[in-house]
Design a protein around this ligand. Sequence first.
Ligand SMILES: [Zn+2]
Length: 366
Amino acid sequence: MSLKLFLVTLFISGSLGNPFWSRPQYQTDDYYTYEEIQEYLKGLAGSYGNRVKLTDIGKTHQDRNLTTITISNGDGRRGKNVIFIDAGIHGREWITHTSALNIIDQLVVNFEANKELLKDYDWVILPLVNADGYTYSRSGKVFTDEAINCGALNSKDHDIKCWRKNLRPRRNGCVGTDINRNFGYAWGKGDSSPYSCSITYKGPYKFSEPESQALQKVLLDLVSSRRGILYLTLHSALAEILYPWSSKRINAKNYKEHKEVAQAGVDAIRNAKLKSSSNYKVLPAHKLYLTGGSTSDYAYKIGFPLSLIWELPAKRGNLKFEFHPPTKLIKELVDETWIAMRAMAKKVIQKYPNRKKSIGLVKNKL
Ligand SMILES: [Zn+2]
């Protein structure tokens, strides 16, 4: 092939699969639906096949795919440490999914600027755990940029938009289990309900839900292969970064390390001197409330040395939006989250540059 022809071919093909004009662009003008998220992920895999791999890890109760994206730098080195992130365990926490998509965009599309974060680490991200609950939460009346107070439900439509659990029906007619109360460590303790109508229903038994089972398997795989370093779960809306334990009133053994990582994110936001920014607090999760069956305690217990719950903010200035920030704020919120995420990841990589020598995997049935 002549050089000219080669360059034309390269231009048309984008050299990586899809031509560059059809590569997916992460948009902040609105929240993505489940279908749009899946399409976005597939588009990235098509365009950046040497650095992106999708894995269907299971299905929701209503048969939606649970898809992780594994992002690498494409050097082919196997067995790197992993930062694992999930989002959207609670249906109504819309800002979490889109924040996860922006993190993906930064690592895949904006690779050149962030490639040091992928030199010795792979990232595995599950951007939408509770795909059913989220889809349901979008199914009522469209509240265009209207703040919804989920603590004071006053109509069926508010109730829909504030949906938290998954969508598996229970025998008594109530629907849904709180996936973040269904994990196998300290199941049923604290703020976790045995009543299936409650919004914090723990489920009939540990890991009873298909979404919990799928996530559990990924976490166990990452620990048994000695790759899982940071487990990070995105929630909203408190503007807090929380570290273990959730289920007992003691701090994780390496709580100082957790605090250092979280504080790196908080400092990065402060140093960025944004026009408007969140005032994050860093604290042990049990100070918020005591609860068992959470994903973060489980991940820490099985052997992730770092496990953080990231509660994204509920307000901007005087505007309190809780779980549903107005769409015009999506861009500045996800940008802020990325500033913190990058700093936190750098701290994690600095603290854990090498693969773990030994693991604390708990083999019994958690
Ligand atoms: Zn949540």
